[in-house]
Design a protein around this ligand. Sequence first.
Ligand SMILES: [Zn+2]
Length: 424
Amino acid sequence: MTLAVSETVRALGNRSEEMIRALAEITETEGQITRLFLSPEHKRAAALVSDWMEQAGLTVSHDAIGTVCGILPANRSSSNKTLLIGSHIDTVINAGAYDGPFGVVAGILAVSEIQKRGIELPFALEVLAFGDEEGVRFPSTLLSSSAVAGVAKPEDLEATDADGIRLCDALKDFGGDPAATAKAARDPDSVLGYLEVHIEQGPVLEAERLSVGIVTSIAGANRYRVTLSGMAGHAGTVPMHLRSDALVGAAELICAINQIAHEANDHGVVATVGELSVEPGAVNVIPAEVVLSLDLRAATDEPRHEAARAIKQAADKIAAKHGLSVGFEQYHEVSTCLCADRFQNTAEKAIKSLGLRPLRLMSGAGHDGQAMSQLTDIGMMFVRCQGGISHNPLEYVEPHDMGLAVEALVRWIETIAEEERAKS
Ligand SMILES: [Zn+2]
């Protein structure tokens, strides 16, 4: 990296940190960061983002569901398509400062750099600051990006929060227009793609000593309630060979689930048992029934289905061995969302041009890209976060890594522009 590039990266990193700090100060709870969808704090954050967008030379508007949209028009005589860049400015309760806001900040700074450097693009750029990604206040999630993608459901506006406030009423107070949310939808023909820069929320980049990485897919997920049923009995009188101990079966099953995920590690399979309940749950009673949760994810769909089949087979074997019955109830399934090859390849060129190793990795967490992929091709870049920690006040990203990510985003957009020009 030349001295001039290092200087630019340093300045972009410092500016990112300043902007992140300014957003972090907008919170409903003193000493924490909490900014829920359509809250007064969300409105103040949206106003601050609008100001920054205007200062960066963007034309700003707010769509009917409260998304802040800043447009940089294309140069004359070029295509009428728009490349969207976005992330979210809502947070979980007692959140970190970077999850979401950094993607918006990176988009604004990249567009500002593109203008400063006189880079001509054959498409328009639009930075989007979504409001409902975390899905904390209302049962809906990804509602803002779903509206832009044209897949939001009208019934989502009828949802209520814990205080009984309807989403559509909160939206009116916010300054949005519940009756016009369909108008937030974009015409797929007008959009070139959607890019998002986001903190990794995991430990892979840190372990690989890399500042940024290229996302291959947003993992699909299945969730199950698994019930093992045996027979309760007296802990003192029933001999070991005559027991049907549901918890012993559950323990073996948890180890088998762990083993199956380890063996499919190359396909990004991860499996977690995070909840366990034991009935009757007494010190001197053989456990009759155990219910455990299973969260199963993978980089693509087939290995996830394969792992689910292997886990069910293992459960049947274990149940037979201990005289138990076993049932799987699936209560959640989301398919894998693939990042477009063209955006992965252009991101790789951009990252290599900075002298960095272009690692590709999957996203185990959900993102706005899942909704946006129903409108257009998506591409995502991850930034290293300390300890892989997120959804936590300890969340931290080095300013240097943020500077590199913004510079990589500028180069990513430039590389996409070169490819578009070569096509026409
Ligand atoms: Zn996020």
